[in-house]
Every structure is written in structure tokens, then in C-alpha cells.
Write a new protein. Structure first.
Ligand SMILES: C[S@@+](CC[C@H](N)C(=O)[O-])C[C@H]1O[C@@H](n2cnc3c(N)ncnc32)[C@H](O)[C@@H]1O
Length: 295
């Protein structure tokens, strides 16, 4: 552990001015801000929902490494919910997380957690072969496809031989969308594709990973959760709440402006979509893709 720890490149913390410039030059920051209180709570709920929906924290080989003591990196860690939860389950492992925004705990935190502010698009400031597990979750609207692939390549570089990558994203389109919701998502798709973002990235994860020579044992776990009651049960109800918060709060003003609607018009439209999700029996597919770096 001491060895690998000393391999981490020393990073200075950004000054406020530098951080602001970095935020301004990052094209997608106007659409999504994780600092909002509701968004932090939403990401926390999503974390526990993902564990419930996938019925496990990790595949067995990853879990064994974590029990023995592993180095783990969460890229775009947001409020650090995943890291804080995992750090308490696997006290022998060291958990690193970074995010472009400081939403993670900067002072009081478990001793086996390490957070810093950094932009993944500046390259991952860690030495080659440093980590046993690198993960990214819900980064769909943070990167365009080439940027995502670039971060994946860099993740490969910093993984130890035999180390794992784990990626989790939500599939768009949803399963059994009604016509009004479909139209709203089509508008989002055009808006985001004008910024280079592909909202269908989840469906491409496996091919992106396999395009990197040296990733092996690629596995996909796809789980559909119905969002209406009673079909979706408690997971569906909670997932629907997080989707509602996402559209109503986290991205509402950015999306309304991008679609040329007033916030009030956008909210009314979203309400109609929400009703349709229930009457139509819409579901959300989550995709988890894991792969191992060849020894
Ligand atoms: C939807 S949140 C997901 C957070 C966390 N991965 C989770 O699953 O709860 C996306 C996160 O990516 C961060 N992010 C976006 N662009 C980034 C970049 N270029 N470098 C580092 N973090 C970035 C955002 O600040 C935000 O916290």
C-alpha cells in the first residue's frame, strides 16, 4: 500500500479563479450542476438504488480484492456517496475520488478515503498501474463520446494488470416510452448532440470498452425497472422520484433554456410526461459493464 500510495502524482489544489475558468471552459456545465442540494440527495438515493437493483455491490473477484485491500478510483465522484459507503464496507482498501466540482466531503471523512478537485479531461493525474478498480457512474451528460473514450483509455493506463473497470449508465430511450415523453427526449437528444453528447452512450459501453486493446472478460449486466406502480415496486417508485427530481430540478433551467421554453412551460410539459410514464408503463434500463485489464 505504501508503495502504490507514493506512486500517486502530487496535485496542487486549484485556486478559486482557476476552478471558475475550468468550469466555464467545460462545455456542459451550464446544463447540470451537482452542487444543488436536491441533486446531492438525488445522487445519494441513486447509489443505494443501484445496489438494490443490481443485487450486489461487486462481482465476486472484485469483492475479494477489496476485502484483501485494494486501491480504488471513482471518476466524477460527485458527493462521494459511493466512496463513503464502500470505504466503510472495505476498511482494508483505499478509496480515491475526484470531481470537477467540490461536492465531496473535504474535511470530515473516513481515513481510507481521499478526495480532490480535478477535471478528468485534463488526464488522470495518477501513475501507470496504480489501481485495482476504476469506476465511473452516471457520467452520460458529462462527456461526449470521444472524451468518454479518452477517459476510458486513461483509466486502462492507471489500472494494474488484472485490475477492473466498472461503468454504470442509464439507457435512453427508456423502455416503452409514450409519444409525449418520446418527443421530449428527442428534443433533449438534439440539444445534447449539439454539444457533442450522445444520450445513447449506455448502449455503447461494451463496444467502447472492447475497442481498447487489453481489456478482457467484458461483462454486461442490464436491469430494467418499471417506473409505474405496482409493477415497479419500491425500486420503481424511488427510481421514478430520482428521475422526477432530475428533470424538475437538476437540469430544468438548462433544458428549458436550451429548448426555448420558459421554466413554467417546461415544468408543465414535464408533468404531462410524468403522467404518461405511469399510464404507459415505462421502464428504465440500467447497464453495468465490467472488464479486466489483461495480466
Ligand atoms: C451525474 S453526476 C454523477 C456523480 C457520481 N458518479 C454518482 O454516480 O453519484 C456527474 C458528476 O460528474 C462530474 N463531472 C462532470 N464533468 C467532469 C469532468 N470533466 N471531470 C471530473 N468530474 C466531472 C460532475 O461534477 C458530477 O459530480
Amino acid at each position: 500500500m505504501g508503495n502504490s500510495k507514493s506512486k500517486m502524482r502530487k496535485e496542487r489544489r486549484l485556486s478559486d479563479d482557476e476552478a471558475r475558468t475550468q468550469e466555464e471552459t467545460h462545455s456542459n456545465q451550464d446544463l447540470y450542476l451537482p452542487q444543488k442540494k436536491n441533486e446531492v440527495e438525488r445522487l445519494q438515493s441513486m447509489h443505494f438504488l443501484f445496489i438494490h437493483i443490481f443485487e450486489c455491490r461487486f462481482l465476486p473477484p472484485i469483492e475479494n480484492k477489496l476485502k484483501d485491500g485494494a486501491f480504488v478510483l471513482d471518476i466524477g465522484c460527485g458527493p462521494g456517496t459511493w466512496i463513503l459507503d464502500m470505504a466503510s464496507h472495505y476498511p482494508c482498501s483505499e478509496f480515491y475520488g475526484f470531481d470537477i466540482h467540490v461536492v465531496f466531503p473535504s474535511q470530515i471523512r473516513p481515513p481510507n478515503t481521499h478526495f480532490k478537485q480535478a477535471n478528468a479531461l485534463d488526464g488522470l493525474a495518477f501513475d501507470n498501474d496504480s489501481f485495482d478498480l476504476v469506476r465511473m457512474s452516471s457520467m452520460l451528460i458529462s462527456f461526449d463520446e470521444q472524451q468518454y473514450l479518452g477517459v476510458l483509455r486513461d483509466s486502462f493506463r492507471i489500472l494494474k494488470p488484472g485490475g477492473y473497470i466498472e461503468l454504470i449508465e442509464s439507457e435512453i430511450p427508456l423502455v416503452n416510452e409514450g409519444p409525449i415523453f418520446q418527443k421530449l427526449l428527442d428534443s433533449f437528444e438534439s440539444l445534447l448532440s449539439s454539444k457533442g453528447i450522445d444520450i445513447r452512450l449506455a448502449q455503447k459501453l461494451e463496444s467502447l470498452v472492447s475497442s481498447i486493446d487489453g481489456f478482457t472478460s467484458i461483462q454486461t449486466d442490464r436491469r430494467i425497472t418499471m417506473l409505474n406502480e405496482p409493477e415497479g415496486g419500491i425500486s420503481g417508485k424511488l427510481l421514478m422520484q430520482t428521475i422526477d427530481e432530475f428533470f424538475q430540478s437538476s437540469v430544468a433551467s438548462g433544458f428549458a433554456a436550451g429548448l426555448g421554453l420558459s421554466l413554467e412551460e417546461y415544468m408543465k410539459h414535464w408533468q404531462v410526461c410524468k403522467d404518461e410514464i405511469v399510464t404507459h408503463g415505462t421502464g428504465l434500463a440500467l447497464r453495468k459493464v465490467c472488464a479486466q485489464k489483461r495480466f
